[in-house]
Structure formats: structure tokens, C-alpha cells
Write a protein that binds this ligand. Structure first.
Ligand SMILES: Cc1cc2nc3c(=O)[nH]c(=O)nc-3n(C[C@H](O)[C@H](O)[C@H](O)COP(=O)(O)O)c2cc1C
Length: 319
């Protein structure tokens, strides 16, 4: 049997993309309580059942052990802050959100994509979690893009759509990526100016084709994967769509048939050549990346080079 490391197992579980919910209940003694959960699953249509898995270590666990009712709020695309708030320990989680009580008394959050009001149907002890099965007594849903979660980061489907739409509107588009490899961060050297930038191209393309970001990196000896969108912003007349991903150095034999471009260079994260990064939005973006990497939070920036919106959220959960 494989020796299982809990942190690594969590990473493996993280390959499964989910939505994000806030599970709530209330008690006379503590008032409204809730926590962020992505273990939500629909269970049955008749009777109407759903489930969520509760870690025994949560502070609110004893209240959910006793309650006879709870609600599941499916967060919308723009509710990362709420996910972050309800994933944190302590603090008055309900102070910063608009909510109302369902008719069974559980808190329903404003602006969610859907909510389900439940009575407890069954509790099943399962390892260090309890599977809480709810019988749905009422529910509602809106036509709002849901918030997604995968690999420790949030996915914003609405933002992806916005990036695609705005790239159609703009004459000039640069598609770039913050690319981490085993040794550090990949930056592109511009031999004419001596400046560095994040690797970028006019489109994503594919690794076999010339011109796109994938092809550009492949020609320089790297296979890249881009699971997250990191920033969408405008600078002058150009729309920038920046992804966050990883790069793996190809074995030398795979490179034999490809021309060596050599414009990509690796820098360790504490040795980024800041003074040679000409674009100030890029410097800000890389600084943000460094910060987020150090603190395990992630965010997505949308706006112009001068002003915009950064949604920053806790992306990993404590064991
Ligand atoms: C995206 C995401 C999903 C989570 N899913 C679950 C979950 O399904 N079950 C769980 O017990 N904790 C989950 N957590 C962790 C809890 O939200 C977290 O432990 C919270 O702080 C508990 O609050 P409390 O300890 O103040 O009661 C998740 C956290 C995040 C960020």
C-alpha cells in the first residue's frame, strides 16, 4: 500500500474542479455560523438529498453536530471574498455579508448562484470528517456564473468570458504567462533593449504551431500548462491576458528537431531582475505573484494598467 501523506493527498484531490459553497446554520447560543466547503455533492432527486463533508477539527463542527437544519449557498463568480471570509477561523464571518434567515432559520447569503435549505437527513462518520446529508425543503437558483475551485486556486468562468470578449474588441492582444519551473520563474529576454518581460505572444496557439505562446515556449525548450487566468488589463491600445502556469524543460533529445531560441531565462523568485522589467503593470503583477506565492493566496486582477480590481482570497485550507 502506498504511504499516504495527507498534504500530498489534498493536492491530488485538488485536481478535481468543484464549485464553492458556504454551509450555514444557526443556534440560539452562537447565532449564525458557517464555513466554506467544496465537498458539496447532489445525492438524490427523490427524496431530494444533498451532502457535504465536515472536518471534525473545525471550530463550528460541534454546532453542525447538534443542528437539525442547515443551508448550502452556492457562491457566484464574484464572491471569492466571501469564500475567503468563511474559510478563515474566527472573526465575525457574517458581519461583512448580506444575509437573511431561511424559513427553517439557516442563513441564506445575498448574491449567490443558488441556495438549498435543508433538514438533517443523516450523519455518517467517515474518518476525520462527518458526511452530513440534508433533505432539501426549499431552494432557489439564479442565472449567475458560479465560482470554481481547482488545484488550490479559484476559477472565474465569468472572467474567462470577459477576457475572450474584450480580446475580440481590441485591435492588439498580448497573451502572456507567469511561468514557474523547477528552478524559478521564466522570463523572456529582449536582446535589442536588454529588458525582460513575462513570455507573451499574440495568441495562445498550440505547441506544434509557430506564433502562439505554446509554440514560442516549445521552441525555447519548455512544455507549458496554464491552468489559471491571473490578470486581464489594458495598457495603451493593447489588451493583456495573463495566465499563471508551470513550465517543464524538455529532454534534450526532444529539442533536437527544434531551433533553439534561447530567449527564455530562469530566475529564482528572490532574484528577479526588477530594474530590467520595463513595464510597470508587469512589475506590479510579478510582485503580486511573489506575495501570493509566499502567503498561499491567489487573486485575479481585472482592469487597466492604472486602476482595476484585485480579488485576493485564501486559496488553501488548513489541515
Ligand atoms: C475552497 C475551500 C473549500 C473547503 N471545503 C471544505 C469542506 O468541504 N469541508 C470542510 O470541513 N472544510 C472545508 N474547507 C475549510 C473550512 O472552510 C475552514 O476550515 C474554516 O475555517 C472552518 O471554519 P471554523 O474553523 O471557523 O469553524 C474549505 C476551505 C476552502 C477555502
Amino acid at each position: 500500500m502506498k504511504l499516504i501523506d495527507a498534504k500530498d493527498l489534498r493536492k491530488a484531490f485538488g485536481s478535481f474542479a468543484t464549485g464553492v459553497t458556504v454551509v450555514t446554520t444557526e443556534s440560539d447560543a452562537s447565532g449564525p455560523v458557517g464555513f466554506t466547503a467544496n465537498s458539496f455533492t447532489s445525492v438524490s432527486l427523490d427524496p431530494p438529498l444533498l451532502l457535504v463533508c465536515l472536518a471534525h477539527g473545525m471550530r463550528c463542527f460541534p454546532l453542525f453536530e447538534q443542528t437539525q437544519r442547515f443551508a448550502v449557498n452556492i457562491l457566484a463568480d464574484d464572491q471569492q471574498e466571501i469564500s475567503s471570509t468563511f474559510a478563515s477561523r474566527g472573526a465575525d464571518k457574517f458581519a461583512a455579508v448580506q444575509w437573511r434567515a431561511s424559513h427553517t432559520g439557516s442563513p441564506l447569503l445575498e448574491g449567490v448562484a443558488a441556495w438549498f435549505d435543508c433538514e438533517v437527513h443523516q450523519r455518517i462518520l467517515a474518518g476525520d470528517h462527518t458526511i452530513l446529508i440534508g433533505r432539501i425543503v426549499d431552494y432557489a437558483y439564479e442565472n449567475r456564473a458560479p465560482l470554481g475551485f481547482c488545484g488550490g486556486g479559484y476559477l472565474r468562468f465569468g472572467l474567462l468570458q470577459q477576457a475572450v470578449e474584450s480580446s475580440h474588441r481590441h485591435g492588439r492582444v498580448r497573451v502572456g504567462a507567469i511561468l514557474e519551473c523547477a528552478e524559478g520563474l521564466l522570463l523572456e529576454e529582449h536582446s535589442d533593449t536588454g529588458h525582460f518581460s513575462v513570455p507573451a505572444a499574440t495568441r495562445l496557439g498550440s505547441s506544434g504551431a509557430k506564433g502562439g505562446l505554446f509554440g514560442h515556449c516549445a521552441a525555447a525548450g519548455y512544455t507549458i500548462t496554464l491552468p489559471f487566468l491571473f490578470a486581464v488589463y489594458e495598457e495603451a491600445d493593447t489588451q493583456f491576458v495573463i495566465h499563471r502556469g508551470t513550465a517543464i524543460r524538455q529532454a534534450p533529445s526532444d529539442l533536437a528537431h527544434q531551433p533553439w531560441v534561447g530567449s527564455l531565462r530562469v530566475f529564482s523568485l528572490d532574484n528577479i531582475p526588477w530594474e530590467k522589467i520595463a513595464s510597470s503593470p508587469e512589475r506590479m503583477m510579478l510582485e503580486r505573484y511573489q506575495r501570493e506565492r509566499a502567503t498561499n493566496v491567489t487573486g485575479i486582477y481585472v482592469g487597466t494598467a492604472e486602476s482595476g480590481d484585485l480579488h485576493t482570497v485564501t486559496a488553501t485550507r488548513p489541515l
